[in-house]
Design a protein around this ligand. Structure first.
Ligand code: MN
Length: 325
């Protein structure tokens, strides 16, 4: 598999948006025709988050601060918790961005400093705009702690441009059965559209900047091609099986975060010889291109804004989670 200088690519995008690539020798193609080919590859780093749950994290890691406009991607698990062991993320603040939680197996119970509370089960999505700031917790429900069981999901952090970092916190909850989905006519490629659109499915999530977030399942023999707006940079996070990308022979295996180059359409295939389907998250967005200052759960533009966030949190200005009894 081809590897290029991902560090340079991501840092460059953080500073200046899309990188212009020269393509000498490549004939110009008409709009809507050019397939995005594999450009660079990143492998997720295994780590622990919150109170100690396992994650696989392609970014941020040393040298890769973001994939603008996304500032973090964590695959949570997969893990099979023994009874009494399940862990989550107790009370903590956020400011300046959005967290998107997608549960595949198990459950996450959330509470926040505005009195909000809810439970996410398999297939459910919570798109939370932290904006000006809040405190929340993301924990396994007591039943999962007591009995043990599987947990698998994703958390994506979507950055907000400076002018929207102080927006009011809000949730967009998408229960599994309300997530837009479609499949190709041969039934081999299915998509759940959390944001953006694919095939005949259009996501209902309102985003602050142009974002596409899809979950694709490609059975052996699948070959699907669809458009993603050219202004959006595209990456594919493979979390099961193996995938072919573009018109060439480039492949991406389980655990790969594959950044695609410029173009209009995305083509993904799963070889007919495979014994299992490929599972893929597609992340795409228009780069924000602003400076980033970050510390833990805060993502702002300047160090002074980070200090202010820390001060506001310590002074209780992001609230506390109400506890009864
Ligand atoms: Mn959180």
């Amino acid at each position: 598999m081809e590897r290029r200088d991902f560090h340079k690519l991501v840092v460059g995008s953080a500073l200046g948006g899309c990188i212009a690539r020269t393509e000498s020798g490549v004939a110009p193609v008409r709009r809507g025709q050019r397939v995005r080919e594999l450009e660079s590859v990143l492998r997720g780093v295994r780590s622990r988050e919150g109170a100690g749950f396992p994650v696989r994290r392609p970014f941020p890691v040393a040298g890769v601060p973001q994939f603008d406009p996304f500032v973090l991607l964590d695959e949570m698990g997969p893990v099979d918790w023994p009874p009494g062991e399940a862990k989550g993320a107790p009370d903590h603040p956020h400011r300046g961005f959005e967290t998107v939680t997608y549960v595949l197996r198990g459950a996450v119970e959330h509470r926040d400093s505005f009195g909000g509370r809810g439970l996410l089960g398999p297939g459910d999505v919570q798109w939370m705009t932290a904006g000006s700031g809040l405190v929340h917790s993301e924990m396994p429900p007591q039943s999962l702690v007591d009995a043990g069981g599987p947990m698998h999901g994703f958390q994506l952090w979507v950055n907000l441009p400076a002018r929207q970092k102080w927006t009011r916190p809000r949730y967009q909850e998408l229960s599994s059965r309300h997530i837009a989905r479609d499949q190709t006519s041969d039934g081999r490629s299915t998509v759940r559209v959390i944001a953006g659109r694919a095939l005949g499915a259009r996501g209902t999530t309102e985003t602050h900047t142009p974002i596409s977030y899809h979950h694709w399942t490609l059975a052996p023999g699948a070959d699907v091609r669809f458009d993603v707006p050219e202004e959006q940079r595209v990456a594919l996070s493979v979390f099961g099986g193996s995938l072919r990308i573009g018109d060439g022979s480039a492949t991406a295996d389980d655990g790969t975060f594959a950044v695609l180059g410029q173009g209009e359409s995305v083509r993904m295939r799963c070889d007919a010889s495979r014994s299992s389907p490929a599972e893929v998250l597609l992340l795409a967005g228009a780069p924000i291109g602003e400076p980033i200052a970050r510390w833990g759960p805060f993502v702002m533009n300047t160090d002074a804004e980070i200090q202010q966030a820390v001060d506001d949190y310590r002074a209780g200005r992001m609230g506390t989670i109400p506890r009864s009894g």
